[in-house]
Design a protein around this ligand. Sequence first.
Ligand code: CTP
Ligand code: CA
Length: 228
Amino acid sequence: RLLSPPEQPARGLRLVITAGPTREAIDPVRYLSNHSSGRMGYALAAAGVALGAEVTLISGPVALATPAGATRVDVESASEMLAAAEAHADGADIFIGCAAVADYRAASAAEHKLKKGDDDAGMTLRLVRNPDIIATIAARADRPFIIGFAAETQDVERYARDKLARKRLDMVAANDVSQPGLGFGSENNAALLLWQHGDEVDQCHLPPQPKADLAEAILRQALTCLTP
Ligand code: CTP
Ligand code: CA
C-alpha cells in the first residue's frame, strides 16, 4: 500500500532491521540454523518504506524478495550480522532486531568437511555463545529507539518483560510460537507489545493479522513513542 507524503509519519527517519535466521558453519558444507522465514522482518522493512522511512534490511539467508525501496545487506553468521548492525546503526533512529540469531556457534568451524570415524561412536560438537546483537546496539551511548522480538512457547509476558529490561530495549514484540498458524513461517502473526514509558511498562495486544498489518501497527506505536 502506498501512502502519500502527508501520511508518512516516518519521513526523514532511518530504520535498521535485522531479519531471518543466521547460519553458523560447522564445516564447509554444514551449518547450525533455525526455522525463521524472515517474513516478519521483511514485512517491517516494507511497512517502514511505506511509512516514509529510509530502510536498511540486514538479512540472514531467506527465500524472499527485497522489499521495494529498502536497502538489503546480506549476511550469514551472527558475527557478520553484528558487524553489519554496528556499521549501519550509526545515525539510525530506530533499530529493530527481528532476526532469529543463533545463540551458539561451533567453537571452531572445521576447514575441511568432517568425516565419520570408523566406529559407530557419536560425536560431540562444542558450541560457544554468539554475541547479543541487539544488546550490543542498546549499550551504545548514542542509541536509536530499539525494538526487540521475543518468540516464546510459554510465559510470554514474563519472558518479554525480562528481555525488555535485560537487553535495555525500548519496546518488545512478543509472541507465542506454539500457537498453530502464527509466527514462524506463517502469513499471520499476533503480538503482545510492551514498551518503556518512563519508569512504567505499557502494553497492548495486537490480535492475529497478516504480518504486513502487524508490522505497520508495531511501527506506528514506535513512532508514537518517539514523538510523544
Ligand atoms: N537477539 C540478538 N542477538 C542474539 C540473540 C538475540 O540481537 N545473539 C535479539 C533478537 O533479534 C530479538 C531479541 O534479541 O530481538 C530476543 O531474541 P531471543 O532469542 O528471544 O532472546 P535470547 O536473549 O536469545 O533468549 P532465549 O534464551 O529465549 O533464546
Ligand atoms: Ca535466542
